[in-house]
Design a protein around this ligand. Sequence first.
Ligand SMILES: NC(=O)c1ccc[n+]([C@@H]2O[C@H](COP(=O)([O-])OP(=O)(O)OC[C@H]3O[C@@H](n4cnc5c(N)ncnc54)[C@H](O)[C@@H]3O)[C@@H](O)[C@H]2O)c1
Length: 444
Amino acid sequence: MSYVQNVLSKVKEKDGGQPEFIQAVTEVLGTLEPVFAKHPEYEKAALLERLVEPERVIMFRVPWVDDNGAVHVNRGMRVQFNSAIGPYKGGLRFHPSVNLGIIKFLGFEQVFKNSLTGTPIGGGKGGSDFDPKGKSDNEVMRFCQSFMAELYRHIGADTDVPAGDIGVGAREIGYLFGMYKKIRNEYSGILTGKGLEYGGSLARKEATGYGLVYFMKEVIEAKGKSFKDATVVVSGSGNVAIYATEKAQSYGAKVVAMSDSNGYIYDPNGIRLDVVKEIKEVRRGRIKEYADIVKGAEYTEGCKGIWTVKCDIALPCATQNELDEESAKILVKNGVYAVGEGANMPTTIEGTEVFQSSGVLFAPGKAANAGGVATSALEMTQNSMRLPWTFEEVDEKLHQIMINIYKQCEQASTEYGFKDNFVAGANIAGFQKVANAMMAQGIV
Ligand SMILES: NC(=O)c1ccc[n+]([C@@H]2O[C@H](COP(=O)([O-])OP(=O)(O)OC[C@H]3O[C@@H](n4cnc5c(N)ncnc54)[C@H](O)[C@@H]3O)[C@@H](O)[C@H]2O)c1
């Protein structure tokens, strides 16, 4: 058994109850064999064993009181996965599905993604099984305050800088930041995704979606294709989905479908993003309402059906494992030629294999959606300088970062004999920098 396989089987044994984490480790390690063949010194330093073990896992109780005076208790956690190249950085997710395995998978992915951005940030992730859906603003505030009353001792501008993720948007970041400042009496950039009035960065909101499209532009243009007049399907209708749609439309693409966790809308005339933004960003409603407002649009219950909509480019931007083998086969049959992951690990391993074996250009999330965290790093830079950049400055830097990530993936995949395999390219390029830093820093 090879060193890589050996470590993988140990992870499966030790973390058997964490399927998403095992999936993420399997996917990454599966592409690293040639790197270890070239670098036997990594095995001697037990590099992989160290890489798959978080540096620190913090788990804590989050008690809070609802508007009726009832007491609730949720579980909070922060996984500080790897700080070889910078302070831990990664989002907080508030969703009932959150458990340690999911947060570890996200933290593990984050290590490589952050490395790819070329900015000095390590990998971490956190969250809670709290569900903000249906809660009042005051309930969300009390929850966030209780969450930060514990988290504050573990984070810091040079230690760990969390951000938003599913269920953690501008409102939650504001409440979390306010509580940190009150407890510490310190005004520093301990969270990103902040409001513009208190240290946030212009273009952060747009960054993940825009970055995804910047990355896919490089991928498809290298093959002589273009977003102009391409038919695009975007799953989700949250932060990533909305701004991926906006940028794709600005390049002349026709986005015909979007979804939420209940179902999807199909609009043959092209999605009207102003309506989606009104429903999702202002009213916090359901995507279903779109079909009541826009003539000619249809709503279908069940979110998986979105992958039956014929398209040239698919951008899964909702959640993990939303695109499985069956859906991948339908997309291929319908002529999809490129898939770019806006969400983290939205495609199952089997789904990815379908795309790769069918010659579909497949861009994994850790490269394609890295624009969000890259811009968070730019927010950290602006906070340290105490000087904000304009929207155009940030957007230009983001665009350049995405082009660089594409180039790194391209070079690494070609160097190791995986041409056009962006999964291998992203894993190898992301890994290499972290591995070199870990080797330089000794056994820690
Ligand atoms: N926001 C960022 O900057 C960022 C950066 C990198 C990666 N991501 C990843 O992108 C994904 C989306 O994040 P977001 O920030 O847009 O979250 P969000 O909460 O703003 O939106 C998530 C959207 O997905 C929908 N959804 C949930 N489950 C679904 C399903 N099974 N099918 C269809 N739709 C479903 C929700 O209704 C919502 O519209 C997550 O995987 C997240 O980890 C986000």
